[in-house]
Design a protein around this ligand. Sequence first.
Ligand code: BT5
Length: 341
Amino acid sequence: MAPFFPVAVEATGMNETRHRVLDALSDGPVSGPALAEDLGISRSAVWKHVEALRAAGFQIESDDAGYSLAEVPEFGGEAVEYGLDAPFDVEYHDSIPSTNARARDLAAGGAEDVVVLADEQTGGRGRLDRDWVSPSGGIWLSILFRPDVPMAHAPVYTLAAAVAATRAAREAGVEATIKWPNDVLVSVTSAGTSSADDDDVLVGGEERKLVGILTEMEGEADRVSWVVVGIGVNANVDPDSLPSEANPTSLQAVRGETVDRRLFTQRLVETFDTLRQTPESVLDEWREYATTLGKRVRVETPTGVVEGDAVDVEFPGRLVVETDDGRQTVSAGDCEHLRPV
Ligand code: BT5
């Protein structure tokens, strides 16, 4: 215990100081000596922080008046942490096999409130051991946290992630909707246009997958130890590079221009952070964005197929289906939209 403790304290301290340096630079110009005095660190420590920030892609100008922040990098850990209104550290990788696998490793080491973020995944995973294709330009991230809830409540975090991703997509001008339980879709009438407001609600081939979510967890029945919510957003990627059988789309394809991945990631993480604190508020927001409700569905569950009209969702995330044999609730499965009811 003794050797570990000082290291942890130092790591936290570094991070906070770096943030304070950045904040001061964004209000700059500020001179090195003034900054050193304000933050209670040495001038050479200021210089080291400035150099580390430059290495992370921040453009920091220096002239007679001092240092000032000229530009924030397009993407990356420091870039997403800069101005992030949520208490997460962001660990960034240009390329990694799977952010979920990395977050699980961090969980095993005792970490919490970490976002693992990558530009590219070389071994991205979907549910049931399926592959998740994750070329450079996407937003591939996993949120590791330790909620004080029973294991049975964990599905609500999948729904919360879907709400957060949908809201961020809509703020980026993409009319996304949620398909139970873990997909965010865009209804497309012709390549590149979205039409969630149209009356002729779309089914089957006209719904394209924008985001996939994979939630993993560990714990005892009465209490979760950790949850990892993996969110894959096809951001600035060409849908032609994704598996065509999934009918994929991307933010870039729908918008006709690239999206600011830093801002998108921040909004996504911030909304998720708010929702995780009030799990009981997730369902109302989910209903508002859901495209599954009011549709005829066919759900392949681990115990068989359930077909009927999707009428509601229940805490923590069960789909309520009106079948010929009465009402059934479904906890997990692959859901296919058949047609509007
Ligand atoms: C999912 O699985 O939709 C969950 C995907 C979660 C990905 C994130 S990325 C960050 C984190 N790290 C990981 O390793 N994973 C998470 P599922 O519902 O099983 O859908 C998988 C199916 O979607 C595949 O079988 C393909 O058909 C299709 N697919 C694969 N890559 C895709 C993509 N980029 N966009 C759309 N569809 C895709």
